[in-house]
Design a protein around this ligand. Sequence first.
Ligand SMILES: [Zn+2]
Length: 242
Amino acid sequence: MNITQKPCPHLRTGRGTYKPELVVIHIMDGSLAGTDAWFNNPTSQVSAHYGIGKNGEVHQYVKETDQAWHAGVVSNPTFKLYKGANVNPNLYTIGIEHEGEPLKNDVWPDAMKKASAELVAEICKRWNIPVDRDHIIGHYQVRSTKPNCPAINKGVIDEIVAMANAIVNPAPAATAATPAASVRLVDDNGTVYMVAGTKDVRVVRIADWDTKVALFGDAAIEKGSVKDLPKPKVVGQGLTIN
Ligand SMILES: [Zn+2]
């Protein structure tokens, strides 16, 4: 995906003995441009690895191999994979900011959710992180004093997780139904014969039943040509087509 590099000085180099294990979703409480500036403002002392605009634009501020300053303050943590008070969450998380202000408009545009899901998917593949709600968390789960980060409606996190999961673990492509124990034949009159245990008719493959095209042995047979089958004898359910 297209990522614009916006290096920011607010980071700690390296991750010690840790590596990214979770992704923390944030809201900027402002604009993407404002965040670009804020992360470079010495008074802020905050940063994140990425920021995503409402239009889907992605900025990277800190390398994933370094610690950004996005989740270091912990209060009443509720996320499952918390490592305890002695390990700063910045050591084992990647932070993604999103453009917007929840108290003014809690709706996340599709372009922003789509870019976020693509980025989360890439991160999860890169670091072998499972794409689920235990590993993709909201900042509010780290810091209870940020109850609206990333949103009032926490469903946006679920949406991003679902979209990212669809990228990382796509559903298997629909495959043509392969008759295992039964084979369907259609004769001149459109009569459908369900047959099983065929011995004399070897079905190599059946392509596109809707147009009644099938391959028997080496011969391509269309509907209406069943009679021309060589040895069109079907055994199994007492049916014989000839
Ligand atoms: Zn946050």
